[in-house]
Design a protein around this ligand. Structure first.
Ligand code: SAM
Length: 300
């Protein structure tokens, strides 16, 4: 049964206290759709693999639907919230647990490395896991920050719009894949925890959601000489999905068409192919062979 149908049927059984009664008028611009479904909350907390040895960073605690159940399982929780209106209520709710800090900050500006090293040392904890029901408007920048900063976190468990989750969870080299698929899979293994119907939130958003867990890899699945060039090739390849790779890679800038064709051929890739048909290994070979052209040019 789809999550959405299940929620419709159970709509009166699984509801916790909605944010409305916490006196908070949800802000659209902050992406505030508060979770109201106890079963989804349980699935996220269980799917996050946290224990008493875990330091949890929660992104966007809102009125605390996830914060309390996370704190019951974790060694310590630091929740980062941009909306100052919810912070006093959250502090009251979590005070008696004794293992929750609330930081009033934009998650995109937080120095994660410092936050993590300070808390692991202070509470003698062994690992870090990041959890959040993300605001839709900045899902991708948040995920990319968490991955690119290579913080040493063991996993990132996040709720997002279903279409974005489908894209991220797609296998590289298949039709549903996009540039973000290759970026995320470079850093993490992706598992789908659950699909969540829109009725599980207050207010009800216009889209359904899904929860993914990204388990950070110890080693990247492909080796490249120049990471920036690798990601730029992926971005350029997907910049015009319907164009051939030969044409879409022209948006990289700085290369003649003949050079791109030469790099594609050297990497064993037909210039007529489309970006989504390439494996991660093929993008890596392409970046390395384009990098070779850069070296030749700078020598001449
Ligand atoms: N965790 C709560 C829940 O599940 O009910 C709220 C989730 S709501 C989808 C997203 C939360 O992220 C909101 O509380 C919002 O204020 C907060 N938020 C939005 N932008 C943020 C940012 N840049 N940094 C930190 N929190 C942010």
């Amino acid at each position: 049964m789809s999550r959405s149908k299940k929620n419709k049927r159970n709509s009166n059984n699984n509801r916790s206290v909605p944010a409305k009664s916490a006196g908070i008028r949800p802000s659209k611009s902050l992406g505030q759709n508060f979770l109201t479904d106890e079963e989804v909350i349980r699935e996220i907390v269980e799917g996050s693999n946290i224990s008493k040895e875990t330091f949890v960073i929660e992104i966007g605690p809102g009125t605390g639907a996830l914060t309390l159940p996370l704190a019951e399982r974790a060694g310590h929780v630091t929740a980062v919230e941009l909306d100052e209106r919810v912070i006093p209520g959250l502090r009251v709710k979590t005070f008696s647990l004794g293992n929750v800090d609330i930081i009033h900050e934009d998650i995109l500006k937080v120095d994660l490395e410092a936050l993590i090293s300070e808390n692991l040392a202070k509470y003698g904890l062994k690992e870090v896991r990041i959890v959040g029901n993300l605001p839709y408007y900045i899902t991708t920048p948040i995920i990319m920050k968490l991955l690119e900063e290579e913080t040493g976190a063991a996993s990132i468990t996040v709720m997002m719009q279903k279409e974005v989750a489908d894209r991220i969870a797609a296998e590289p080299g298949t039709k549903p894949a996009g540039a973000i698929t290759y970026s995320v899979h470079y850093y993490a293994e992706v598992s789908r925890i659950t699909d969540v119907g829109r009725e599980s939130f207050y207010p009800v958003p216009k889209v359904d959601s899904a929860v993914l867990r990204l388990d950070l890899r110890e080693e990247h699945p492909v080796k490249v000489a120049d990471e920036d060039l690798y990601f730029n090739c992926i971005k350029a390849g997907f910049s015009h999905r319907r164009k051939t790779l030969l044409n879409s890679l022209m948006s990289l800038g700085g290369y003649e068409k003949a050079e791109i064709e030469r790099a594609l051929t050297a990497a064993g890739i037909e210039p007529e192919r489309r970006a989504e048909s390439l494996s991660m290994e093929e993008f890596a070979k392409l970046a390395d062979s384009l990098g070779g052209i850069n070296c030749e040019t700078s020598k001449n």
